[in-house]
Design a protein around this ligand. Structure first.
Ligand code: AMP
Ligand code: MG
Length: 523
């Protein structure tokens, strides 16, 4: 029964049907002109072995757990076998990397399998990451290691359950082959187990998908891609016209602003916000050297490749999104032919972002109305001492603000003590300042704030060391931690007493360990 279910997946590949293909079908690295994609087949791997799958994503595709546990499932989602109706291809896109135009990038290690239309008539594109060379692989191998694949798989699903717009992950399959990686680009290359993740999203189109055609003056392909995007992913905007293009741009700006506000809400740092890693649907995409903010430090970046300029640091994400959106606007100029309306839309980013952020902060704090001064003082206090962001907000709901009149500062802040990494940093001055803030806050907090706050301040996030624990075990062939974390992160806002350790501060051993606080683009 279960194998038949997979065979029954109904593919309707609009992307390849309606957009211009690269006429070349041989698989070698090249510049691809006047085409949105190149057909390419995933490479076969030695011994596919399922590490984990997300049952909710399987469900989206009308696949039962029984289907996902078959050997055929691992074969298909390792890329060894194609199902009837699949039409594998890699897309052509460009991008700005760390602020510089990088020209053609493209799906260098992602191969799209096609689009499934499920029983509810929803369209979902499937994409294998790490399934071998494509015409866009440039100098690299098209492969992915288990380490980065565990991170992408778990974080995609964790973000979804946190309510953050994201691409999804269906499956994580070990290939049974070794892949050589120099994790920190320091001459210490070593073999690591290879893996493939199957990502799922309505579309994987990026800002850079438009930029490439614009940069080359391929205006007709640019138009084709945008019209296709409107028809497929933004049908509510109506038939293509200059006005609809602007409406579309406005919507991408809005969605991106909302996504970034969510990142700031949960303490997520993407790490490589290049324009090729920005989804036009406002989905978090391309989980590489991302990290979760533990110690509240707006200057923190998990990505060692970005350690110098810290362009992609936590606190800079809204500004970078703004900049990236401006690049997308620039790419639309050949179609819109007027700078002003594009300019007007991009100028609205900051207020859009502020709107989302203030609404979220209002919930995070459980106050009646947003108070900018109250928020600003909190954001000055948080970085003064090493404070765990997630724990601080979660426990803030437990501060007895009603009793503030009689309590000392220390009594008042008692529920927050779990959030501090270095208790010796809590000087009298600090306590007095926080105490004053808590009293001020208490006067504005809703009586029933706990439920509201608990719905937006997660008890569990994918702390960097947790992913690393799952990786360490998975590399030994033990997938229990990957699956346990997947389970845990399904309900990030609920107390799970049997898994309490994951709600606690990062353990000390993880402070400076590779993979826990330092990551690179090598994956
Ligand atoms: P990223 O910043 O990781 O999203 O990657 C930037 C570009 O490099 C994209 O075009 C990727 O497809 C490509 N790329 C990254 N890693 C590999 C790899 N191992 N093999 C081929 N292409 C890669
Ligand atoms: Mg990328």
């Amino acid at each position: 029964m279960s194998v038949e279910e997979m065979a029954a997946l109904s593919f309707d590949n609009r992307f390849t049907r309606e957009l211009p293909a690269d006429p070349e079908t041989a698989n070698f690295c090249r510049q691809v002109q006047e085409a949105c994609y190149s057909r390419v087949r995933p490479v076969s791997v030695a011994k596919p072995e399922l590490v984990a799958y997300a049952r909710e994503v399987a469900q989206i595709l009308d696949l039962t757990p029984a289907a996902c546990e078959t050997a055929e499932f691992a074969e298909v989602f390792a890329g060894n076998r194609q199902l009837q109706g699949m039409d594998p291809y890699a897309t052509c896109y460009g991008g700005h990397q760390f602020g510089n135009w990088a020209g053609q990038l493209g799906d260098g290690r992602a191969i799209n399998l096609g689009e499934v239309v499920n029983g509810r008539s929803e369209r979902w594109a499937l994409q294998l990451k790490g399934a071998g060379l494509t015409p866009y692989s440039r100098m690299a191998d098209g492969l992915a290691v288990l380490r980065s694949s565990v991170r992408e798989f778990l974080c995609s699903e964790a973000m979804f359950h946190l309510g953050v717009p994201t691409t999804r992950a269906l499956s994580l399959v070990k290939t049974g082959e070794q892949v050589v990686r120099d994790m920190f680009y320091d001459g210490n290359a070593k073999p690591e187990p290879g893996a493939v993740v199957c990502r799922v999203a309505p579309s994987f189109t990026r800002f850079g998908s438009f930029q490439i055609f614009s940069s080359r003056g391929e205006v007709e392909v640019l138009r084709q891609l945008l019209d296709y995007t409107l028809r497929t992913d933004f049908p509510h905007l109506g038939p293509p016209s200059k006005e609809t293009y602007l409406q579309w741009y406005r919507e991408v700006v809005e969605r991106t602003a909302e996504m970034i506000a969510h990142w700031m809400r949960v303490g997520f740092v993407h790490g490589v916000m290049n324009t090729d890693n920005m989804s036009i649907l406002g989905l978090t995409i391309d989980y590489g050297p991302y990290g979760w903010l533990e110690d509240y430090d707006p200057n923190w970046t998990p990505n060692t490749t970005d350690a110098q300029g810290r362009r992609y640091r936590f606190g800079n994400q809204p500004q970078v999104a703004h900049w990236n959106l401006a690049q997308l606007g620039q790419a639309l100029l050949p179609l819109v032919e007027e700078v002003e309306p594009l300019q007007e839309i991009i100028n609205a980013f900051s207020s859009a972002y502020e709107g989302y952020w203030q609404a979220m902060l209002t919930e995070k704090l459980g106050v009646e109305v947003f108070d900018g001064e109250l928020a600003a003082e909190l954001h000055e206090i948080l970085p003064l001492v090493e404070t765990d962001m997630s724990i601080f907000y979660r426990k803030l709901a437990m501060v007895e603000v009603g009793a503030a009149g009689d309590a000392t500062d220390e009594q008042l802040m008692a529920p927050l003590m779990d959030a501090y990494y270095v208790p010796e940093q809590l000087t009298d001055d600090y306590k007095a300042r926080l105490g004053a803030w808590l009293r001020w806050y208490g006067a504005q907090a809703s009586a029933d704030r706990r439920e509201r706050m608990d719905a937006v301040n997660p008890q569990y996030v994918l702390r960097n060391y947790m992913a690393q624990l799952a990786i360490d075990k998975a590399e030994e062939g033990d997938y229990t931690v990957v699956n346990e974390l997947l389970e845990l992160l399904r309900r990030p806002y609920e107390e799970q007493p049997e898994r309490e350790q994951y709600a606690q501060k990062r353990p000390d051993w993880a402070r400076d360990r590779a993979g826990c606080s330092m990551l690179s683009c090598s994956s």
